[in-house]
Design a protein around this ligand. Sequence first.
Ligand SMILES: Nc1ncnc2c1ncn2[C@@H]1O[C@H](COP(=O)(O)OP(=O)(O)OP(=O)(O)O)[C@@H](O)[C@H]1O
Ligand SMILES: [Mg+2]
Length: 250
Amino acid sequence: MSLKNLFFKNKKDNFDTDVPKIVVGKRTGSSENYYRLKDNIIYYSDNGKNKVFQFESSISGEGKSTVVGNVAVALAKSGKKVVVVDLDFRRPKVHRMFNVPNLNGITEYMLDECDDSQIIKTSEYGVDVVNRGKAAHNASIIFTSNKFKALIEKLKENYDMVLFDCPPVLLVSDYIHFSKLADTIIFVVCSGVTHRSQLKEAIELLKKCNPNILGTVMTYRNAGKFSLKYGGYYNARYYRDLKNHYMQER
Ligand SMILES: Nc1ncnc2c1ncn2[C@@H]1O[C@H](COP(=O)(O)OP(=O)(O)OP(=O)(O)O)[C@@H](O)[C@H]1O
Ligand SMILES: [Mg+2]
């Protein structure tokens, strides 16, 4: 079967336009926390022995993309050569966060419509980006292919750190494929949003694939705006609808 049959050509992303913000480098308190995480990543990298960091969380909206983007900028500011790879094929946000076009991404690379040099976008933040590109269903075929593995190997040769922005563990099973390629996992938990049972389930699933979880990052939402929006995750029906939505996307 031709690979082309696996891709939707002109499918529009149907998620909200919520774009995570880069705050590192601006005068905000949270920058300090990203610098602390950056120091842990540099320490763990052990002078280039560990390069690939997989960012995960239990459910959607816990702040993974925000953490990945900001810690990538903190690493770049420390002189590290960093690339962020958008592996959330259902809600890709990395290109928006770094303000690069969503052209010539992983999908186009898999279809031989671009090569591995065109897939890399240089952002204004000193961080390079590999974006998703066109929408694709059955992304696990991409993530298990030798071509995709070769791309990650090439990134490892050319960068100090390769950061994976991933979809939520309890909604999408792609973490199984990523953990084969990553050196360690960094787990994001949103205080007051994630249920203890969800956290436990997600950690157990991840540990079966890669017991090497470097640590946990806790994010907080300000009362008011975000608590209203994200309170929905406590609602079982909302959670089920979201899960169904993700399953249809596959
Ligand atoms: N610590 C925080 N405080 C307030 N808002 C935040 C925080 N972290 C993230 N946000 C906001 O919450 C929204 C969701 O964050 P983000 O996209 O990083 O989550 P995510 O875990 O990547 O979600 P998804 O799984 O859907 O990709 C964004 O609008 C982001 O700006
Ligand atoms: Mg995300």
